[in-house]
Design a protein around this ligand. Sequence first.
Ligand SMILES: *[C@@H]1O[C@H](CO)[C@@H](O)[C@H](O)[C@H]1NC(C)=O
Ligand SMILES: *[C@@H]1O[C@H](CO)[C@@H](O)[C@H](O)[C@H]1NC(C)=O
Ligand SMILES: *[C@@H]1O[C@H](CO)[C@@H](O)[C@H](O)[C@H]1NC(C)=O
Length: 411
Amino acid sequence: MERRRFSYEVLVFLLTLLLFSLTCATASSSDPTQLHDHVEQPRRNLLANGLAKTPPMGWNSWNHFSCQINENIIKETADALVSTGLSKLGYRYVNIDDCWAELNRDASGNLVAKKSTFPSGIKALADYVHRKGLKLGIYSDAGYLTCSKQMPGSLGHEFQDAKTFASWGIDYLKYDNCNNDESKPTDRYPVMTRALSMARRPIFFSLCEWGDLHPALWGAKVGNSWRTTNDINDSWESMISRADMNEVYADYARPGGWNDPDMLEVGNGGMTKNEYIVHFSLWALSKAPLLLGCDVRNMTKETVEIVTNKEVIAVNQDSLGVQGKKVRMEGDIEIWAGPLSMYRVAVILLNRGPWNISITANWDDIGIPSKSVVQARDLWEHKTLVERFQEKLTAQVDPHGCKMYVLKPVA
Ligand SMILES: *[C@@H]1O[C@H](CO)[C@@H](O)[C@H](O)[C@H]1NC(C)=O
Ligand SMILES: *[C@@H]1O[C@H](CO)[C@@H](O)[C@H](O)[C@H]1NC(C)=O
Ligand SMILES: *[C@@H]1O[C@H](CO)[C@@H](O)[C@H](O)[C@H]1NC(C)=O
């Protein structure tokens, strides 16, 4: 009996090998300008933890608080996510970034929550957050020390740390890339992938190797999202350049694994309202994680208005899961577009320049059949335009501003 099962497994293995080599042969013989095979291939190799069907939504402590965090901030943020209605809109991950642990592991080599700032421990915090219907995320590093150098990394401790995280009830792990042994991320990150899969708790795995080794090309097998850029800061230049760098990899995003141009800065005060609207619109269309980075206990009306825009969130969370791209660039003018479910198209008319300007999206550019008559919904005005559009749509756009529409073909 044992013998027969063994030979059956060998047969399955050989068939898989054969199938794999056939797939490779097809891919390499195809036209290299066609991304199709290239993109289809990783689709078959998704990380099988069942998470990230749509991009993750929630909050992370870093952009606003950096190392100045404690358990009260985390609890109050969880409270605020619920009381403001943000959690109902999908913002459910409460993610602790760097600086939550003691610099030294305990006698058994376990990570220990920092006594002065997290006296109740991480398990208690996870229980608190879970009781509110939210999820708790944590942070570690594929190196010996995290980026702050105030806590240890998980390199060489992957299996033990993954087990610890699972035992605490952690739902999300952001895994940074500082202070490592200079081996490749493709050697270090999959070790944590295996460790998490053996920890027997579905934990969203966020690869934060800053785009160094083009993680879009290998990330889908390893994690649920992968940073395509180094850190964002709260400025127009930083934000818009991260959107640009991330866009290059649009074809690699899909349900289960997403490109990550870094967390949101909306509400931190360094950009104008229009700029934050561009930030949120581009992240939504790019199917980026929508992780708030402001103090959600103390948001202005303007910030609330931006991050609670249900129609823009719906573009991000659309079931088709296709990342939008730049489809036309002319000086300061850009058109970004991407398909949605039900034959709809999301489009952004972006003005990167200092003066307001008239921008036109042509159906040819944005993937709508040329003769189609289209109804347009303005996602920031919350208005369906009365006019029906044919061939193109034109709008006046503010400096460092955008218009965002969902276009729907009508009979
Ligand atoms: C923010 O990023 C921009 C562009 O990436 C850079 O020029 C600027 O110096 C950064 N600002 C701060 C305060 O780090
Ligand atoms: C709340 O935000 C405002 C700016 O919008 C700031 O001036 C104030 O200090 C903040 N309050 C707290 C408690 O952080
Ligand atoms: C564009 O700028 C002109 C001149 O400042 C102004 O009158 C007009 O209202 C602006 N249009 C928009 C849509 O901002």
